[in-house]
Design a binder for this molecule. Sequence first.
Ligand code: SAM
Length: 443
Amino acid sequence: MTSLPAPFIESTRALLGDEAAPFFRALEAPFAAALRLNPRRDGAEAASLPFTEDAVPWCPAGRYIRPGARPGLSPLHAAGAYYIQEASAMAPAAALDVRPGELALDLCAAPGGKSGQIAAALEGRGALVANEPDPARARLLAATLERLGVPNALVTNAWPQELAARFPETFDAILVDAPCSGEGMFRREPESRLEWREGSPAGCAARQAGILDQAAAMLRPGGRLVYSTCTFNRAENEDTVSAFLDRHPDFAPEDFALPGVGASESGCLRLWPHRVRGDGQFAARLRKAGSSAPAHRPRLPRVDRETQARLAALHEIAPGWAAGLEEARFLLRGDTLCALPGALPDFSGLRALRCGLHLCRLGRGYIEPDHALAMALKAKEAAQAAEFDEAQALRLLSGETAESALRGWTLLTHRGMPLGWGKASGGVMKNHIPKGLRIHINT
Ligand code: SAM
């Protein structure tokens, strides 16, 4: 095993005192993998039982993965039944405690584990802005939220200052899961030990301060901010928080508790790998003074005649397409018709990869349902659905066609959960799962 950097050992010994020995032992022990069940998928819990064991105490939808189980290779993963996420990484979104109907921002969001968790807490109401400045990582984020069937998220690819210019005092809740020196990864990804430098914590802390200042400007008075890292040193955690509070006297720490972890001190909570079944994580909850009604006002649907006609065609493919949408507005981006959550503020001028739910592509005289719509549907919300067992589902996911006596657009499902669209004619189900999502697994 790659050895730990000497300055890290020294500073962590000073930080932990008597607890240093069990901490360093924990870093060399195997880590416990986990997943989070997707509440949008009926039957996800029962279907995942072969892979899962105990619940994660601080996240009701979290489950530890049985040793040796490979849930990432199951078609249930492609169907969005769960998201594979380290258990301690479920703590920051639990601390943010988003409620249905709120307007939330996840400022450093890729690959999307915490965004998925926030979206689950919204239960399809209100809206989530999930942002990632790195273009390739932003695409991963968009794919994660699509796979989980989230209908009410805007995925942006912007720097925090670009967002702050567009969204002053806008959000009820903001998560800053900051880029950090990643000491919490030393167990799970031992090669990360080689990337750490003695100057990493100070360099990261300076960047974190800049991101937090932009987040502060985007939070509405009375709103809450959770700042989190997966690193152990104080410079990027408690010290970053206290320097932020010095710069922003309108913010105060707010104590909270997580089951199985305990209560925060001055708004800060640590998960240590020798105390909980999970890796290292830090989360701080801060409240902005004042109060303002949530800034977002639901707007009434605006549907022009042409869109209405197109929506009638969509209705023939997926009669229940609007079931999970709250006060949707419509937006045509290129040839893609999107349903925007009513709660979403104006985002013009920002680079957006996903705008709410992408419903369909409008061609000349025809429409083609979007993969994102398939992933947001339940089987009963499609005009017709075809169920596939595990082996058949894996073949579909690798791009094969299937035999079918049906005709027309069909929701392809595995254990009732969506895999994508197929279009049946002449005894063949043509596969419309996007090529970029194909997986090849030997059964
Ligand atoms: N929250 C994510 C999740 O749960 O999947 C993990 C986020 S990771 C710890 C931090 C992210 O911040 C990275 O994807 C990184 O590209 C992004 N990032 C880097 N610099 C940033 C900046 N200046 N502002 C916002 N995000 C930044």
